[in-house]
Design a protein around this ligand. Sequence first.
Ligand code: ADP
Ligand code: MG
Length: 746
Amino acid sequence: MKKPKQKPNRKTVRMNEVEEIETLNSWIDSQKPDSGTNPLSFPPLDKKAPVGRIGESEFSAYAGSTRFDQLPISRRTKNGLKEAGFVKMTDIQRAALPHSLCGRDILGAAKTGSGKTLAFVIPILEKLYRERWGPEDGVGSIIISPTRELADQLFDVLKAVGKYHNFSAGLLIGGRKDVDTEKERVNELNILVCTPGRLLQHMDETPNFECSQLQVLVLDEADRILDVGFKKTLNAIVSQLPRHRQTFLFSATQTKSVQDLARLSLKDPEYLSVHEESVTATPNHLQQTAMIVPLDQKLDMLWSFIKAHLNSKILVFLSSCKQVKFVFEAFKKLRPGMPLKCLHGRMKQQRRMGIYSQFCEERSVLFSTDVASRGLDFNKAVDWVVQVDCPEDAASYIHRVGRTARYNSGGRSVLFLMPSEMKMLENLREAKIPIQFTKANTKRLQPVSGLLSALLVKYPDMQQLAQRAFITYIRSIHIQKDKEVFDVMKLSIDEFSASLGLPMTPKIRFLNQKMKEKKLLERPPVLELENDDEDASAIPKEELLIDDSIEDKVEKDILLTKDNEYEGKASLIEDIIPATRILKKKKLKINVHRPVGTRVVFDEEGNTLPPLAMVADPKSGNFPLDPDQKSEYYRKLREDMKRADKEDKLLDRQRRREKRVKQKMKWKKGDMEEEDEDGLSGSEEGMEHGRRKRSKIYFDSGSDNDNDNEDGETKENKTSKDSKGDSITLEEQEALALKLLNSLHS
Ligand code: ADP
Ligand code: MG
């Protein structure tokens, strides 16, 4: 009979551990690859060659390993990897692990979906294991992620691979209410996976929280975390960390900025860019397409796309939370025939997580801001990434499309470009992105603008969402840095507004101002001809869009709509677009410079007298000729004026106060577009620390006035005052009074 296997006692386990660690240390030390080498270029190790100790004090080489079990890593980690199904290493893992295991800092760049996570999770576990890190040692490693969802995902990988280790690990992300419980427990944790804001919050608020023993710091999506948005937060964090530590920076679009590296005090980091020689910057299994879609046809195109791909998992990127909210709510009401979801930075954390995991599980469309653009590995592959709004640069594009075609799977992406954004195509190609350009066949479009305007009538809330989506989109273009791609002046504002179903174009103050400036600047000298050649928006739409002969394969696939011919679109739009109000009210002006000597004075009989006749006639007695009396008369006059002036000022102040109150009421009602609460690029808590100053945009959709400088209300006040004829300002009154006095003197 077989003896039941005895569980090894604690002492034996510890002895075995000590032995294993000693072996690992000697192995790692004796076979270190040279600094500056890329282990990928080493001949791959033979699968059957002995691994580990191969003689008295000899060990197998590990640079050149192709499988995890050839690496000098602990049994516990090997078991965790095996159980999670990881056997062969990916390129970035092969390149980075030999260096990171022997204690070097790493700057790792590899395409999206190429397995960067394991390239930093394994060395963390190994470092702490070999240091025999225990609960009393506190924080040994920190992994920083730009978004909460990514942090959650990294935490899952850590839990899976570290399953057989005894470290405690915690997920510290913003938006959770249990910060107090976290505070109680955070000092016991060995590995922290966190977003920058929450980590800093603990550093600032949690008593006794300290990281002075930190061994390994990781910045996943490093270029994003080193970005301005997180700058203050990250600097504050790093200032509280020990300088002597190992640091890993990973991203698909890596920073090489010396300043960034200095900020993190990296020591001779190994720069491992495994796909630098690659012809493309994006995964090989990714099929990418770009096509021209004018702003006012984006929703038609998106709707048609969804209708044509009802069996796919689609991730749609829009530029702001408000865009996402509107498109999601509107399309949901129009029922495209598949589940729709939305994800953005303004959602409650619990809901955000719920949506994220639902999208991992089922086929659906997820409308999202850039909050979902970094690092996320949706469990069951995403079939399509659709970029409705142009990404801000090539790096942002790479991360968005990187949500599909992960690891060895395939994927497809489509980018909508407006005619004015064509320069982006050049930028993408320069960044080694193989993107196919195709012309959209508008005949296959299913217009939704009409349906949207009906929807907006039926649901008044939708109208507000649409207005906000409209304004934030325009603003998102306005604040883009790359002016060669993003030109707010080239947007067809009225058509865009109508395409959202809005009955009238909301007024955008800064835009009106800009247009005025542009008009002034562009007013051509009399004999010079106007040249619009470079303005893509000046090319007739038909030329850019409708080209039935150039239907290629991809295009057919994108818009495989059989029925619903694109008919009557133009007339539809004309129906919706309100006639732009061109009626300009004439401003009533009071001419303060009009001659003052024309005042008419009547005598007792009703006859007119010359204006200064009273002064000339000493008998009238109205005006003192005696010098003393005269100065007394002037003094009185001045006093009267002063009093009147005081009263006027008081009145004016009161009027202003009333106006302010009215304005506030209007704001409260939501008439005023509140901006920036939506974080155009999916803000995370790092942003909260360095919140940007708000710049305001006013719009008043209900106003009939076509007035550039005033909102509707002000204008109304002004005109009503004007019509009463008493609206001269204080300065004007003073000017008048002075002229009168002067004339009396003369
Ligand atoms: P990246 O961070 O480079 O974008 P991830 O680390 O998220 O990529 O990995 C992408 C996908 O590849 C994940 O689903 C992960 O489980 C899988 N993966 C990573 N490394 C391996 C490996 N060695 N073998 C098999 N699958 C892997
Ligand atoms: Mg990643």
